[in-house]
Design a protein around this ligand. Structure first.
Ligand SMILES: [Zn+2]
Ligand SMILES: [Zn+2]
Length: 328
């Protein structure tokens, strides 16, 4: 590994100026840095993946004492990634705080009441809209506006650990304030908005908040049962908020869309990596789960019918959340 020097410092600076970087985006940055350092012209296309890997390794060695790390992840959403579905989505690099707590991170730019609102939004995404029946993990603009009221959250009473950190005296935000917070979280790269208008956590937010999300939403309930609301892809082991789930609702088997293909190519049959039952590929995690859950039962029995007569239950005005009780 290289000794950390001015080249790596410059690279780290470049990283701090943006929330994420791809290999292609790193090429002109590294070309400029190496050119300046070696007093000779290096073209962006001459910067290889292994050059980037070396820089990342050296920088990570230097910044780990400050709880910082450059992490990598792939986009989970196939629509927004490579056109060719046979190639995996582009690798995204992000400089993240490894001890990151979403709420502490926001403390410098947001008020306590705004942070309490963000917590209600996250609770909604990862608890209320992330049930055994439907793992949506998204929130509509309309639902976010509903959460502007401080008392509007239906707190779980099961996670003892978080009850203590709950800010009980948060004030209401106006709808406009709530809207502004959602907008700036999106601009800052924490949230992404889908074509249907639903918000989800960005790849960068997932890289940064992975540890915090697990400690916050995977917990032992009052009956001593583990509630693992945050799940991981059985193939790549990364967090999953968009992808496919096992046909058996009780099974924790999950796979990213882009991991499914490679994974089953290596298997004899398309079976769940956890329980070995058949994998239909018709059960989803993410926005599609909400659409699927909103679809009437009988139409789900016929695939052809489902595809042709696909309604759009999550219109802009719609609420993408379905509770367990609204079955059928
Ligand atoms: Zn995966
Ligand atoms: Zn399974």
């Amino acid at each position: 590994m290289d000794i950390y020097d001015d080249r790596h410092r410059a690279f780290l600076q470049a990283f701090m100026a943006r929330s994420t970087m791809t290999f292609e985006e790193s090429q002109p940055v590294l070309a400029a840095i190496i050119s300046a350092h070696e007093s000779r012209d290096i073209a962006p296309e001459d910067v290889t993946q292994s050059t980037l890997n070396d820089f990342v390794d050296t920088v990570n060695g230097a910044i780990s004492t400050f709880d910082l790390e450059i992490r990598t992840s792939r986009r989970q959403d196939p629509k927004d990634s490579a056109d060719d579905s046979t190639t995996p989505p582009i690798l995204i690099y992000a400089l993240v705080n490894t001890t990151s707590d979403a709420l502490t991170q926001l403390a410098t730019t947001y008020s306590a009441d705004e942070i309490a609102f963000v917590k209600r939004v996250l609770d909604y995404m990862f608890e209320e809209n992330n049930t055994r029946r439907s793992e949506g993990m998204i929130i509509s603009s309309m639902q976010a506006m509903r959460l502007s009221k401080a008392g509007s959250d239906r707190r779980r009473s099961t996670n003892v650990a978080t009850q203590q950190t709950e800010s009980g005296n948060a004030q209401n935000l106006t709808m406009q304030q709530a809207q502004e917070v959602m907008k700036s979280l999106t601009q800052e790269g924490w949230l992404e908005q889908s074509r249907k208008g639903n918000y989800s956590l960005s790849p960068r937010a997932l890289m940064e908040l992975r540890t915090w999300l697990v400690s916050e939403y995977n917990y032992e309930d009052m009956n001593g049962q583990m509630q693992n609301r945050i799940k991981f892809c059985a193939a790549c082991k990364d967090i999953i908020t968009v992808g496919q789930r096992c046909d058996d609702r009780n099974c924790p088997g999950r796979l990213h869309d882009h991991c499914v293909r490679n994974f089953f190519r290596m298997q004899q049959a398309e079976t769940c990596p956890v329980c070995q039952k058949g994998w239909s590929g018709n059960n989803y995690v993410g926005e599609r789960a909400v659409v699927e859950a909103a679809r009437p039962r009988h139409s789900r029995l016929s695939q052809a019918q489902t595809v042709v007569a696909s309604p759009t239950p999550t219109s802009e005005a719609g609420d993408p959340k379905l509770s367990d009780e609204e079955e059928g």
